[in-house]
Write a protein that binds this ligand. Structure first.
Ligand SMILES: Nc1ncnc2c1ncn2[C@@H]1O[C@H](COP(=O)(O)OP(=O)(O)OP(=O)(O)O)[C@@H](O)[C@H]1O
Ligand SMILES: [Mg+2]
Length: 339
């Protein structure tokens, strides 16, 4: 209150009327304050305007500024490249820097591979689709596949001709139950965000803990916790302007349902509560087709050829993208779109 740019007489009148903090100043109507303080209505409105400006966390901006990308840094949306032109093209640049992106899919569809690739692309300069920062990777299911990451880093460093030490900027946390996940998100992740330049949070996976820690008759408790969890992740994402990527399992749907004219036998786990918290839903799946790819040695020369399954990446819903599907393969270098 004392820092407001108004006449000291106004502040002392407010204090005499026991309006001593900004909350009470802003939550009461101007005529009410006028009566209590005997100030003029214009003085009350002036002090309320000053108080409103003092508590505005985000700088004021308008739609035209946002459209022209001249708004303040924290309000600019960035996209994080997936490290492949075809996949980026499907997502119109990559994953959005604000909101929760869910990657759901059956086992071995490539969810972890894709997220590991994001942990590398996030470190690239913005001119190459990165966010110039590190990644926090929270594992709740399996142990983080270190060996595979090292293999991907070798190839990624070569193809991007980058001198970044990619392995130094990926922070891996393992959590085995809900309490440790919550502790990690509330304590470890904010500490990492403050100390290191973290620009991506990955949770691999959300389904594991929520599915196994709550039984069928605890759906209400589960929904409540999921809502808290989702709101917290949205807050982290918006506050730091970074993408939060959550891997999800799929659940069998006996009757099947239709999207884009195709009948689906599986759907992302955790139900409607979680679906409503997700900003972008992407589903990965394996197709019956295969493609022959080359396996190369450390110098990049192809030493053998082998068949790998063709997989599909489908945008189920998103606020700014149309439903779309593209195909990709996984080889020793990582995840690559195919036309
Ligand atoms: N070096 C490699 N070369 C070719 N393909 C690979 C390589 N490493 C992994 N893969 C492919 O990636 C698949 C595993 O992908 P990933 O671990 O991302 O699956 P996931 O969707 O996370 O599965 P889960 O739900 O079980 O965790 C393997 O089945 C394999 O086909
Ligand atoms: Mg996995």
């Amino acid at each position: 209150m004392n820092n407001l740019d108004v006449h000291p007489r106004t502040i002392s009148s407010l204090k005499k009327a026991r309006i001593t903090d900004l909350t009470s100043l802003l939550s009461r109507s101007a005529p009410d304050i006028e009566r209590a303080t005997h100030l003029s209505l214009s003085d009350v409105k002036a002090v309320q305007r000053e108080a409103a400006l003092a508590v505005t966390r985000r700088p004021l901006t308008n739609a035209l500024d946002m459209y022209n990308n001249v708004c303040p840094q924290e309000m600019r949306r960035h996209t994080l490249s997936l490290g492949c032109k075809i996949l980026d093209g499907t997502l119109q640049g990559g994953f959005q820097s604000q909101g929760i992106t869910e990657i759901a899919g059956e086992s071995a569809s490539g969810k972890t591979q894709l997220c590991m690739q994001l942990c590398l692309t996030v470190q690239l300069p913005t001119s190459q689709g990165g966010l110039e920062g590190g990644a926090a990777y929270i594992c709740t299911e399996d142990v983080f596949p270190n060996k595979r990451l090292v293999q991907m880093i070798q190839h990624f460093g070569r193809t991007t001709a980058s001198k970044i030490n990619f392995g130094d900027n990926i922070f891996i946390e393992h959590t085995s139950d809900m309490d440790s996940l919550w502790y990690c998100l509330k304590t470890r992740v904010p500490a990492l965000l403050n100390r290191f330049n973290i620009k991506l949070i990955v949770i691999d996976s959300v389904a594991a803990l929520f599915r196994y820690e709550y039984s069928l008759n605890q759906t209400f408790e589960r929904s409540k916790k999921l809502s808290l969890f989702g709101a917290y992740l949205h807050n982290l994402s918006c506050k730091h302007n970074i993408p939060v990527v959550c891997i999800n399992q799929v659940t069998e749907n006996m009757n099947g349902y239709t999207t884009n004219g195709a009948i689906k036998k599986t759907l992302p786990a955790l139900g409607l509560t979680w679906s409503n918290l997700v900003t972008t839903r992407i589903v990965l799946s394996r197709t019956p087709h295969t493609l022959t790819v080359g396996h190369s040695d450390n110098s990049g020369d192809c030493i053998e050829k082998y068949e790998t399954p063709v997989r599909a990446m489908e945008i189920i819903f998103d606020s700014h993208l149309p439903n779309n599907v593209c195909h990709y393969v996984i080889d020793q270098e990582g995840v690559k779109g195919i036309s």
